[in-house]
Design a protein around this ligand. Structure first.
Ligand SMILES: Nc1ncnc2c1ncn2[C@@H]1O[C@H](COP(=O)(O)OP(=O)(O)OP(=O)(O)O)[C@@H](O)[C@H]1O
Ligand SMILES: [K+]
Ligand SMILES: [Mg+2]
Length: 676
């Protein structure tokens, strides 16, 4: 994983955050966080009383008021610090990304000749030539050639990757380096809209918008704050009427202790840190909403090949049909694969050679290539002499042969079933109306898949495996990997159908994809994770991009999303439970201040009424920085059902939240009482 994305909380980031927390005191900024804004106003009122002591009546003395003022100031600063710290890490990443975004000279193709232009002048649709040792000047798609590209600037992965025209590995990113060969690239983004630009603004949080969940929660917190504000403000005239003296700094302290300052101070840090965890995992989420949606996923759609299995389906056996020769089957299989650049195609040629079979490569010259398509599930070549050669999914080839009036060998079914029950993929090979036999493509389920699917099941997530393979292979792999359900012989449009079906039942669906034909499904899914190696259209349709191009990462992304939602829930519970406990410290103290005979209310045995108020206020302030590490790291997460999670968290953070202030305030009071 990238070093730049592993940015730690270093000294400079912490120092910058400290300065930022002062800058954020600006009321215009504070207003965006109503809970903390109320604290700031309270602080301003107490400051006025400090400056103009005549404004209030007798008062509890300068020392007390100064203490209240300072504690309130630190309460706001702590909250600002939490947010600045969370933002700081992103800004540091953005800085390191900006360094990679240097202007380079591009070789633009204009009217058949090359012209040198600055990369910033490139527009969508321009064609550039990039040679060995040169930086790719902008995002684009290779239209000619093949090259190995060092993408470490964005992925952090130092091993170069092969990029080539056509297919699913044709997209290149500006700022990455061509380490060998030459490619012709069609630019696909205008200046300022490139992938790196988007990455920078994402990690910088420039375009950070509150997610629907966050908005709902902050609305709730604002309403709570308003209610307490009204309660506390009306307390004053009532007390005056009863001739009970309630000092303004005490009322402000009461208010600040009652309103949900802990979660109010940490809320945005939790959200930013959640996004940050995803980024450090080398996944780019286009919005916080996408990350949260990942946490709420009910259904996950996974490809078989490359996601659940390694995906390097290799030819490993030729099974000639009855009466056919293995050598002939091998030769036709190889000729059908001569121009098939898929891993499957290459492996057929490779295997034919390994087995020592020969074939006449010249036969293919002048022929018309039939590329592999997920829709037809076949590939091959139409020879110059009129013969048509195909290899592909057994049912597809069978239909193709029958359509030409050919016959189907009696043992075809049994042989392909044999391959399928072992979890392999059978490819039938045919020339015109004659089927020569079957190629056995082997693939292996990635280790640890069963455990991961078990975890998903515990989280209550249903997994559906989609594959273009036949039902028997699909069933074997599904069983081996432990997915809940599978769809075999699926075409790209079937994925959309599955997603729509699940969504119609009110489910949130996640999927991964890389090809152009995955793009509509990626857009339809609530969480669409595209592979960085994939096509531009797939990446644009998705709301997340995995820079490491590992489709099975979707499982961890869901876990990170869940952790974000849980962290927010846990700290909200803790915060509100805390406030409840504070009543017991501060309300008796208030009345004891006014009516000393009410000493029996001092259930916590606190030193004095004034030290009780200050201790509650200090606890209220320091709990914020104490919880910063938890907000940034996220609460510990074990896969289990939402129901169990909820009750577990209510127990830990609810009960813990009620108990903690009693202990904390009591301890603080022991020290504070020495001064007051
Ligand atoms: N290069 C190829 N030439 C001919 N047929 C192929 C080739 N590659 C795959 N096939 C056949 O086409 C079917 C569909 O392939 P496709 O890659 O679309 O889906 P898949 O890899 O099986 O499923 P997924 O990638 O969704 O897990 C395969 O099961 C196989 O039978
Ligand atoms: K509070
Ligand atoms: Mg595939």
């Amino acid at each position: 994983m990238s070093n730049s994305r592993k940015t730690m909380l270093t000294g400079p980031i912490i120092r910058k955050a400290a300065v930022e927390s002062l800058v954020k005191l600006n009321p215009a900024t504070m207003m965006k966080n109503p809970v903390m804004f109320v604290v700031e106003i309270g602080m301003a009122i107490v400051m006025l009383l400090l400056l103009f002591p005549n404004l209030s009546g007798s008062g509890n003395g300068f020392g007390f008021n100064l203490s209240v003022f300072l504690i309130l100031l630190f309460t706001v600063l702590f909250a600002n610090f939490a947010e600045a710290l969370a933002e700081g890490r992103g800004k540091a990443q953005a800085d390191s990304l900006k360094k990679t975004k240097q202007e380079v000279t591009a070789n633009k193709l204009v009217g058949g000749a090359l012209r040198e232009v600055p990369s910033t002048d490139l527009r969508k649709g321009d064609i550039v030539v990039v040679e060995q040792g040169e930086m790719i000047p902008g995002d684009g798609e290779i239209i000619e050639g093949l090259a190995s590209v060092d993408e470490s600037a964005i992925t952090g992965e130092s091993a170069p990757v092969i990029k080539e025209a056509g297919g699913d590995f044709s997209s290149v990113t500006g700022g990455t380096l061509v380490v060998s060969d030459v490619i012709v690239v069609r630019i696909t983004s205008d200046p300022g809209e490139s992938f790196i630009d988007r990455m920078i603004s994402l990690v910088e949080g420039a375009k950070r918008q509150k997610t629907p969940n966050e908005i709902a929660l902050s609305t709730l917190l604002t309403v709570l704050t308003l209610i307490f504000l009204i309660v506390v403000v009306t307390l004053k005239p009532i007390a005056d009427f009863l001739n009970i003296q309630l000092e303004i700094p005490v009322l402000v302290s009461l208010l600040v202790c009652l309103i949900p300052t802990t979660i109010g101070g940490l809320l945005s840090a939790i959200g930013i840190a959640g996004m940050d965890r995803v980024t450090r995992f080398n996944v780019l989420a286009m919005s916080g909403k996408a990350v949260e949606a990942a946490g709420d996923i009910n259904t996950m759609i996974l490809d078989k090949t490359g996601t659940i299995t390694y995906g390097n389906r290799m030819a490993s056996e030729f099974l000639p049909a009855q009466g056919e020769q293995e050598s002939e089957l091998a030769a036709w299989a190889a000729i059908a694969s001569l121009r098939d650049e898929t891993p499957e195609g290459r492996s057929v040629i490779e295997f034919t050679k390994v087995r020592g079979f020969t074939f006449d490569a010249e036969m293919a010259e002048g022929g018309e290539i039939v590329e592999f398509k997920a829709e037809t599930r076949m590939s091959g070549i139409d020879l110059k002499d009129g013969r048509k050669i195909r290899k592909g999914a057994v049912d597809a080839v069978r239909e193709w042969v029958q359509a030409q009036g050919g016959t189907i060998p009696g043992d075809l079914e049994q042989k392909s079933q044999h391959v399928a029950t072992e979890g392999g993929t059978p490819l039938a090979v045919a020339v015109d109306g004659r089927i020569y036999g079957i190629i056995y493509l082997k693939d292996t389920v990635k280790p640890g898949m069963k455990e991961r699917f078990d975890q998903l099941r515990k989280m209550g997530i249903k997994t559906i495996m989609c594959t273009g393979d036949n039902p028997l292979t699909a069933a074997t792999i599904a069983r081996e990997a432990g997915v809940d359900d599978f769809i075999a012989e699926s075409k790209p449009e079937d994925k959309i159908a599955v997603i729509r079906r699940e969504q119609a039942q009110g489910k949130l669906v996640a999927m991964t994809g890389d090809g152009t034909n995955d793009a509509p499904a990626l857009a339809q899914a609530d969480v669409g994770l595209a592979m960085n190696s994939g096509t531009v259209s797939a990446k644009e349709a998705a709301n997340m991009v995995d820079l490491d191009s590992d489709p099975s990462k979707i499982i961890e992304v869901v876990a990170i999303g869940k952790q974000l939602l849980m962290t927010r829930g846990a700290l909200t519970t803790f915060s509100i439970a805390n406030d409840i406990a504070k009543y017991f410290a501060i309300i008796p103290a208030m009345f004891m201040l006014a009516v000393p005979q009410m000493n029996t209310l001092n259930v916590m045995g606190l030193g004095s009424p004034l030290s009780a108020v200050l201790s509650a206020l200090i606890f209220n302030a320091v709990i914020i920085p104490l919880l910063i590490p938890l907000s940034m790291r996220g609460v510990a997460y074990k896969p289990m059902s939402s129901q169990r999670l909820l009750s577990k968290n209510l127990l830990i953070y609810g009960v813990g939240g009620v108990i903690a202030p009693f202990i904390g305030i009591k301890l603080i009071d022991l020290v504070v009482h020495l001064w007051i």
